[in-house]
Design a protein around this ligand. Structure first.
Ligand code: MTE
Ligand code: MO
Length: 299
């Protein structure tokens, strides 16, 4: 079923948050379908998205500082246009891809996903973007490729946070090829039908909804297909606490805190915590990727 993951709404249908909600309700009523429609379990619950304000004012983007309010304050200095993504390694068509050219070839759709940070807060985001698989297929993945490595821009003049050695810059991440090709895995370029704000990773960032948020690397300038597992920033920084896989798992605690529950953003100071779901609620879609794997050893 080729279209199972596609939503009928694109960012072009959406002008603002209010219209978005109305369109969504209208279309749901008209089609008799729940329009979280994209991702199986998400659809069943008809997820309620967090507000634009929540999503764009409480961020992790350490290149702009380590407090949650820093990215919204400082990320405006990042120049995101023009933007080029180098795609290299084990691909048929390596090269420097202009962001605008990528966008002209990709199908932008909307995906309402749960997003769970390893720090145990969570939100629901209506992303706009395209499937990473489409971009990788466009570049032509060679048969020897087993992993995909990602790299964030490193621009000291535009990123005040990289003066501090909090992480080994540039921020890097990686996925196994089958994870990268999974239809839930997307490159996000918008939120609520608007261009993705700098603090959320403009002009394009990865979104892997069943993994802890730090896997979803922002402002990507390089995508490399490799045959070996690539290094990842948080694993390099503290390998005991942050593994390569980092699948959301309520049964495997972080060494310093429980992962069994989470604090939904926007609920206010006294909002109750909610239980964290296996693979962040995407178990049905992704558990087959890890069949037979010890998820405690491969944290
Ligand atoms: N380049 C880069 N990407 C990053 C981070 C970062 O510090 N730098 N933080 C990660 C973490 S820990 C999380 S939870 C998410 C936060 O995304 P958001 O700010 O859009 O909610 O981005 C991830 N991607
Ligand atoms: Mo995070």
């Amino acid at each position: 079923m080729a279209n199972r993951w596609k939503n009928t709404l694109t960012y072009r249908d959406v002008t603002d948050e209010a219209t978005f909600m109305n369109r969504r309700q209208l279309l749901a009523a008209a089609s008799g379908l729940a329009l979280g429609s994209i991702a199986g379990t998400a659809q069943a619950e008809d997820l309620e998205a967090n507000s634009w304000e929540d999503i764009t004012s409480y961020n992790n983007y350490y290149e702009f500082g380590t407090s949650k309010s820093d990215p919204a304050k400082y990320a405006h200095t990042l120049v995101t246009s023009p933007w080029t993504v180098k795609i290299d390694g084990l691909v048929d068509n390596p090269g420097d891809y202009a962001f605008d050219d990528i966008m002209s070839k990709m199908t932008v759709e909307e995906r309402i996903y749960r997003f769970r940070c390893v720090e145990a807060w969570s939100m629901v985001v209506p992303w706009n973007g395209f499937e990473l698989a489409d971009l990788l297929n466009h570049a032509g993945v060679q048969s020897g490729a087993k992993y995909v490595a990602f790299e964030t821009a490193l621009r000291p003049d535009e990123m005040p946070g990289v003066r501090y050695p909090v992480l080994d810059w540039p921020y890097v991440e990686g996925l196994r090829l089958d994870e990268a090709m999974h239809p839930l895995t997307m490159m996000a370029t918008g939120i609520y039908g608007k261009d993705i704000p700098n603090q959320n990773g403009a002009p394009l960032r990865l979104v892997v909804p069943w993994k802890y948020g730090f896997k979803s690397i922002k402002s990507i300038v390089r995508v490399t297909l490799t045959d070996t597992q690539p290094p990842t920033s948080w694993n390099k920084s503290n390998g005991r606490e942050y593994g390569f896989y980092s699948n959301v798992n309520p049964e495997v605690d972080h060494p310093r805190w429980s992962q069994a529950t989470e604090r939904p953003l926007g609920g206010g100071l006294f909002a109750s915590r909610q239980p964290t779901l296996m693979f962040n609620g995407y178990e049905e879609e992704v558990s087959n990727l890890y069949a037979g794997m010890d998820l405690r050893a491969n944290y």
